[in-house]
Design a protein around this ligand. Structure first.
Ligand code: GLN
Length: 205
């Protein structure tokens, strides 16, 4: 299958995410073209979409200014897969508890910025993730704390009893940075596992 993946490239580890998407695609025998998104007009051509970490205040401002916010919304409404990590997770949440971030309200969670693992700004932890056979080496960097999860949200992983990876419909969200280790299983889970692929190729009316 030949797919187009878009990475919102306002900030964050855009190259690393592109590499992880390509690695996950390769493992499935799929071809993928990765496009970096800084302006409107590209998201509608994307089968898969990724919103990376960074500063959610900045990303929120820029996607709104460029009109990319409405395109992200349409992508999710069309049931196409979206992986949102760290600041990306904050952006798609229902409530960031911070007036400087206009959330897209696509994922029924509420978050508190920079609150997870406050005592250690960044750390790595092995995580059991639903759908993965072995623990995933998760890197947390000033990660958001998910403090409320709606009924329709599946928690895929927890750390110290806190949800840190979730799924709702076509969206997978992580509080950690899956692009920072040479392990593309989270990108695989979000984009290329059977559920995600069925969804992205489902006929639309
Ligand atoms: N602290 C950032 C924010 O609140 C998120 C951190 C990250 O993406 N690594 O936007």
């Amino acid at each position: 299958m030949s797919l187009t993946a878009g990475v919102i490239a306002v900030q964050g580890d855009v190259t690393e995410h592109g590499d992880a998407i390509r690695a996950a695609a390769r493992a499935h025998g799929d071809e993928v073209t990765v496009r970096e998104i800084r302006q409107s007009g590209i998201v509608p051509d994307c089968d898969l979409l990724l919103i990376p970490g960074g500063e959610s205040t900045t990303i929120s401002r820029l996607v709104e200014r460029e009109g990319i916010d409405e395109e992200i919304r349409a992508h999710v409404e069309a049931d196409k897969p979206l992986l949102a990590t760290c600041a990306g997770l904050i952006l798609v949440s229902r409530d960031a508890n911070d007036e400087r971030v206009t959330t897209l309200d696509l994922l029924d969670i509420s978050v508190e910025r920079n609150a997870f693992g406050r005592q250690r700004d960044s750390f790595e932890a092995p995580l059991s993730v639903t759908g993965l056979d072995d623990p995933f080496p998760a890197v947390f960097i000033r990660a958001p704390l998910i403090d409320d999860v709606g009924d329709g949200v599946e928690v895929l992983a927890t750390w110290e009893d806190r949800p840190v990876a979730v799924r709702q419909g076509p969206i997978v969200g992580t509080a950690f940075h899956p692009e920072l280790t040479a392990d593309s299983r989270i990108h695989d889970l979000a984009f290329f596992d059977d559920i995600a692929v069925d969804r992205s190729t489902a006929p639309t009316e």
